[in-house]
Design a protein around this ligand. Structure first.
Ligand SMILES: Nc1ncnc2c1ncn2[C@@H]1O[C@H](COP(=O)(O)OP(=O)(O)OP(=O)(O)O)[C@@H](O)[C@H]1O
Length: 337
């Protein structure tokens, strides 16, 4: 388990982590999300004792990382895949780590196999791609067979096969009861990988929730297709819905005042020959829309609940806390707090 309690980390005038409290539990893959500069890497560095907090603390299995007697056996971490000696082979690199941490050399062979680097174990790391270096970093983190694992942006540099492989590895590690924390910018990938998410912005906690709960909280809309968009829009709005016409080539829905709700279809602008109009509806669920349409004798040609993607949920959660945002096509850094 990783516990972060009231953690604040300051770089000069920049408060990189601001009174952050969260717990990363065993048996789950936990995604650590946040826009650029949110403080994810700084938090991870603080967990490893590489930053001195201005206040608060970060504990690994109840103790500061620096006080662990055999740290690699308690927690494995990958912060920067490039921070390796390029002149060594993968096997030598892991061998040195194993020797200096009192870890059985047999683990080197085991973790090389686990990350799929056995065939290139004798090659110089300097010739490795970023994806191969990520795998080597994973191997180093796994070397001590630790119960807690933490990876900063491990998906960077992995191809689709590598991403699928990593997803499987993280799942199996969590299923073994380990604590698994990973940061990533790839929100929709995180939706496939993580059971739980911790979202931060400007160093502060924004959300700490099960992935399912986050998706449910940010409910999507319902897509409705009908040849009677005006009447249906009017009745749905009268029941509190927000209705937007989707621009997919069909005619737009008119304002609700344009047609009395109960007019027969023949007199109410029914688009009998045209393609059905597509309406995006918030505020009513699919069954409520179906009942309303039936009560008005309106035929529906499609009624599809659409879940909000994690990407959309993330954008909505963090829209007030992005450090970098695009203005007039230029990425600008906002004033330091
Ligand atoms: N060594 C440093 N010196 C000064 N400021 C720093 C330093 N490291 C990070 N910062 C600042 O601290 C804040 C948090 O940065 P951090 O790298 O932790 O964010 P992040 O969420 O990991 O971002 P990214 O996803 O872009 O890596 C940012 O404002 C960053 O500019």
């Amino acid at each position: 388990m990783i516990e972060v309690r009231g953690l604040s980390v300051r770089y000069g005038r920049t408060l990189a982590v601001d009174d952050l409290t969260c717990t990363v539990k065993p048996g789950l893959v936990t995604g650590f999300l946040g826009p650029n500069g949110a403080g994810k890497s700084t938090t991870m560095r603080a967990v490893l004792g590489l930053e001195v907090p201005a206040s608060g603390e970060a504990l690994v299995d109840g103790r500061p990382y620096a006080s662990l007697r055999r740290p690699m056996r308690t927690m494995g971490a990958l912060l920067d895949a490039g921070a390796v000696h390029g002149g060594r082979s993968a096997r030598d690199h892991l061998g040195c780590l194993a020797r200096s941490n009192g870890i059985d050399r047999a683990r080197v062979t085991a973790v090389l196999d686990q990350v799929g680097l056995t065939d290139v174990a004798g090659k110089r790391i300097g010739g490795f791609s970023l994806g191969m270096k990520q795998r080597l970093g994973m191997a180093a983190a796994l070397l001590g067979d630790p119960a807690v694992l933490m990876f900063d942006e491990p998906l960077n540099g992995l191809d689709p096969e590598g991403i699928r492989w990593l997803r499987g590895l993280l799942r199996s590690l969590a299923d073994e009861g380990r604590t698994v924390l990973l940061s990533s910018h790839l929100m929709n990938e995180m939706a496939l990988t993580a059971d739980h998410v911790i979202v931060i912005g400007r160093g502060r906690l924004i959300a700490d929730a099960a992935m399912n709960a986050l998706a449910a909280h940010f409910q999507g809309d319902v897509l409705v297709r009908t040849r009677h968009p005006e009447r249906l829009t009017a009745i749905m709005r009268a029941h509190g819905a927000t209705v937007v016409t989707e621009d997919d080539g069909a005619q737009p829905a008119a304002q609700p005042a344009a047609q009395p709700a109960a007019q027969p279809a023949a007199q109410s602008g029914a688009q009998s020959g045209a393609r059905p109009a597509a309406l995006s509806v918030h505020g009513l669920d699919a069954s409520e829309i179906g009942v309303l349409a039936l009560s008005q004798g309106i035929a529906l040609e499609e009624l599809t609940p659409r879940a909000a993607s994690l990407e959309e949920a993330f954008m909505r959660l963090t829209e007030d806390s992005t450090e970098y945002r695009s203005e007039s096509g230029t990425a600008q850094k906002e004033a330091v707090r």
